[in-house]
Each structure stands twice: as structure tokens, then as C-alpha cells.
Design a protein around this ligand. Sequence first.
Ligand code: PLP
Length: 495
Amino acid sequence: MNAQIEAQYEETLDPEEWESMRVLGHRILDDAMDYLETLRDRPVWQHAPPQVKAHFEGPPPPEPEPAEEVYHEYLRYILPYQFGNSHPRFWGWVAGPGTVMGMFAELLAASTDAISGSFSYLSNNYVELQVLDWCKDLLGYPPDAGGLITSGCSASNLIGLSVARNAMAGFDVRSRGMYNAPQQMTLYCSEEAHSSIQKAVELLGFGNDALRRIPVNESLQIDLAALKAAIENDRANGLLPICIVGCAGTTNTAAIDDLNALADICAEEKCWFHVDGACGAWTAIAPRYRHLVAGMERADSLAFDLHKWMYLQYPIGCVLIRNAEEQRRAFSLSTTYLAHGEGDRGLTGIDVPWLSDYGFELSRGFCALKAWMTIKEHGTARYGRLIQQNIDQAHYLARLIEAAPELELALPVSLNIVNFRYTRPDLDDAMLDGLNKQIETELQERGIAVTSTVTLRDRKFLHVGIANHRSRWEDFDLLVREVIRIGNELAGSGA
Ligand SMILES: *Cc1c(COP(=O)(O)O)cnc(C)c1O
């Protein structure tokens, strides 16, 4: 074979012409910065029209398209139809808005196509381990605890409950499988717990029936007496209670279970204590509110996000496991092609444990970089103040609602979520449900704000989840004004 003849088949995905690609790159970064700087001037959300959906039909492109044209398609058909969560008045569900440094970090990680969590003598691993150490420090975990950066709290819950299952099952689940369990295992959470807990329980082979949904009190926290009774009842029936899942901030109302009481019950009942703190875990760094999550640091495993209340770009979550060895036992595998070189000296040895031995994924992106760069840029004190600001804003919004005769608060604010509705004495609950759903739609369609709706005690409420560093106090004044205006408009016109 002759290299010159072979060379005619040689191709690459690198630019044919670096200079024009560089110009495009600068333009993309400038456009992105403009977008972020002027977020407030744009509608929060707009409906993608049918022609946009139709644009994404068709076969894969067999031939190249100019890079500029591909970018123009992005600008025209993709950028305007985002979820809106980077906007200052996005408060639907619970979502974070991203940071400028987070965007830079994503670009930097992509520029080296960075991989995290395996191999040795790579800075990426030191960064992830340092971010884990920072999380332990900030959330009250011991320095020798295990953990992992994940793609979100669903993955974190799955990893936490995997370790719980294997540690508590009383037999070798990894070799023998759930089919050989001598006793059926049960897990406990409140009725308000997140659907990702059910998904994890199903994926781990417990079966959804094994997840006992315990009723809640009037603050929507798990009812402790009902929990104890359920555990006792299951034991009496020959079942094996292995895990209690506490909520540190539910998705509907940000209810926080009595975490110290749950930790005590777990100690008495010899159950694993898992806490889902997707959003609420970060209350621990807000000086005036950290008492609300007291006891969370006693959990055997703690799942939380950094793309909700730490405001970072999607995706990034984290799980901490008090006993790092239990975590390793649940996931580690050594194959010949991934031999870690333990005991070797020099460049073939290992410097830090492979994080692929602590979760179910091998290849992972370098999500930790955006956390590391943004937390360094702002410092944890500012983060604590921002979390506190969001909670204060929730209380401020609640006061505005209480002062408005047209509005009704669903329940007292416990953290960063406010649920309320527009009311009129002449409308019954079914009509009010429809009206509030319509108000939500109008707020979105007119680009004013994004809220979601929730059903609490069979009534529909507008749901405002504040995990947004861009929201200003005046944004909540505007929300209240607009809800009343739209409500009057709709109800007045015969809703
Ligand atoms: C959002 C949420 C989750 C799931 O987290 P993802 O990051 O979306 O996977 C789990 N639990 C609670 C309480 C949540 O609010």
C-alpha cells in the first residue's frame, strides 16, 4: 500500500479552514452573551409554531452544509423555543437558570472533549473529588464519605438506593439477584415524595408495591406515627423494612420532613436513611434557614441537584454516601481492559480511586468543571445569601398574596415554593380550577412569567418555585399584578 494513494480517502471532522470557523466561534459566544445580558427584555417563553416542529422532519443530511447555515438554523428554529428557565421570571416546577461561568466551563470541557471519573493522574478527577469534598463540607458530611457527581437527582436517588439495597438486603444481591431474596424488602417515603424514588425502586427490582407511601400531616410532612405503624405492620407480616426516604423539599410545596426524627427511627429500626434533597438540601448553606434541614447530615445517603438551587447549567446532580466502602461494594468491577494498576508505581499506578467504581456509568462528561469554576468565581458566602434571598422572596410573594383579596395562599410557605390561586366568591372550585389553569397558560403565552400548576387537596393552584438568581423583588410585584389582571379579564368575560 502506498500512503499517497491511501491519502485520497483521508478525512477529518476538523475545519477545512480554521479561520472562518474561529470567526463563527466568536460570533456564537458574542450572541450567547447578548442573549444572557438581555434576557429580561424578552418573553420568558413562546410557543413553537407548527412550522418549527415541521422543520425537524426529514432524513439525515448525506452531504455537508456550511457551518454558518447550521448555526442560522439554530438561531431561527431552536433558540427562540427554549423552556425559558434561564429567564428572571421562570418559576415553573423547580428549575435553575444557569450561570455565565457555567456556560464557559461547558465550552472549555467540550474543547478538550473531557472525560471524568476514570484513569489516573488527570486533573479532571481531582476537580470532581474537590467538588465532592466541597459538597460534603457545605452539607455537613464527614470528609471520608463517598459520593459522585451525577446527571441529576434521579440518577442520585438511583445510586443512593442501590447502595442502600445492597448494604441492607442481608444477602449478596450482586451475585444472587433479587429473585433469590429470602424476604421481601420494603421502603418508606411520604405521599409527596418525587416520582424518581418510584422509578429507582422499580429499576432495582423491589417492585413498586414495596414502596410504602405514608400519609402526610397538614404541612405535607411524613406522618411519623403512621410511618412507625407501617414498619411494625410489615415486620409482623414477615417483610424486611430496609430504608426510609426523607424529603428535604418536596416538588409540590417544598415540604421538609422531620429529618432528625426520621434519622432516629432509622437508627431504632435498623433502616438505611436516604434523603432526597434535590432542591432543598442547599438550605443548609443559607445562614438564617439552615435549621430547617437539621438532621439531613445524619442520612446514610443524600441525593441533590446542582442544576436547581446551585443555579448551574443542566445537567449536574450529586449523591453523597456516608460509607464510601458500601458505595464501592455496590458498583466496583475490575475488568482486564480497565485494570486500574493498583500497587503499580509511577504513571501506571493510581493516584485517586476511579469514580466509575462508585456508580453505574463508565464514561462521563466533565460536569464538575462548571461547579468548580462557578463556586470559585462567586464563593460559598454569596451562594448562601442567594439561597436565602430566594427563600425571602417566597415569603415576600406570600405576603403580597395575603394582602390581595383576589388571591388565596394554599398553605404557609415552608421554603422557596409558593402555591396560590385567583379566587372569586361567585365561582365554585371546579370553575376556579379551570380559571387558574387558564391564568397559567396566559402568563406563559403572553411571555410574562412561567409558573406551573399543582393540585393540592383536590384544588388547582399556581405553583411558583424560586431557584433563580436572576429574580428581583419587583418581578414578584409584577407577577401578582398580572395574575389579578388576567384573572379579572378571564372571569369578567364569563369564565
Ligand atoms: C427534580 C427533583 C428530582 C429529580 O431530579 P432531576 O435532576 O430532575 O433528575 C427528585 N426529587 C425531587 C424532590 C425533585 O424536585
